[in-house]
Design a binder for this molecule. Structure first.
Ligand code: SF4
Length: 232
């Protein structure tokens, strides 16, 4: 009888915990949607708690509701961008890393890969060259990397306070989560994938502090002739 009561209490506690988690995920989804649609950040700590503690269940939950696959990572990037914005802007460019994904490179890129990433030769055939040049001129340490294992090595080997990264929503959110002890900012790719990806060049410059926000022109990508003219 005592064992029966014990299992009954455990069952009730599990049931209550499940209800609490579902309510938490629902509330976080609503707050995330408000953030994305209205640019209003409400209860950032609650959102970050849900994103960090329940990342997998949160993705499954939103998937079951038929929402866009990227929604949870998009919320993660938006929250972290807003929460870290001031601290990032208060850091010196010399204390910042600029991390670019190698999938932005032109199909004819001849740069070689070494242990710190792709060694861009500034041929200007893709957006990486001008961004690297601009970043280095400002004082950033710039890395062009093929994956998160490089990011781990770079974080271990370099002294920095802030990071600006470009990646797809999922990689960006997970990298910003891992680097949460630093002031992170992220720019999501406009078109993701393994090759021929695109980024809004002006959005990256804006986050870097190289141009004023009002000069931002959305939709600039990296691989067409027109794009090339716009970023050189
Ligand atoms: S600018 Fe682009 S294509 Fe040229 S070397 Fe650098 S990464 Fe490769």
């Amino acid at each position: 009888m005592i064992m029966y009561d014990f299992y009954q209490i455990i069952g009730q506690l599990i049931f209550i915990a499940g209800i609490v988690i579902i309510l938490l995920l629902s509330l976080s989804l609503i707050l995330g949607k408000i953030l994305i649609r209205q640019n209003r950040l409400i209860f950032p700590k609650l959102l970050l708690f849900t994103l960090d503690m329940f990342y997998g269940p949160f993705k499954k939950f939103s998937e079951n509701l038929g929402l866009e696959e990227k929604i949870v990572d998009q919320i993660g990037v938006e929250v972290r961008n807003k929460v870290n914005k001031k601290a990032f802007e208060n850091s010196e460019p010399g204390e910042r890393l600029l991390i670019l994904p190698h999938c932005l490179r032109n199909a004819d890129c001849e740069a070689k890969l070494d242990s710190s990433g792709l060694k861009c030769t500034d041929c200007n055939r893709c957006v990486i060259g001008p961004l690297k040049k601009k970043g280095e001129n400002m004082g950033y340490k710039v890395f062009i990397i093929p994956g998160s294992t490089f990011l781990k090595k770079i974080a271990e080997k370099n002294k920095f306070k802030a990071v600006l990264g470009v990646a797809c929503y999922q990689d960006l959110n997970l990298a910003m989560m891992k680097l949460s002890n630093f002031s992170c900012q992220g720019v999501p790719l406009l078109k993701d994938g393994c090759i021929n990806t695109k980024v809004d060049y002006n959005e990256v410059l804006e986050k870097m502090g190289a141009i004023e926000p009002k000069k931002k022109i959305r939709g600039v990508s990296c691989n067409t002739k027109q794009d090339k003219r716009s970023y050189i």
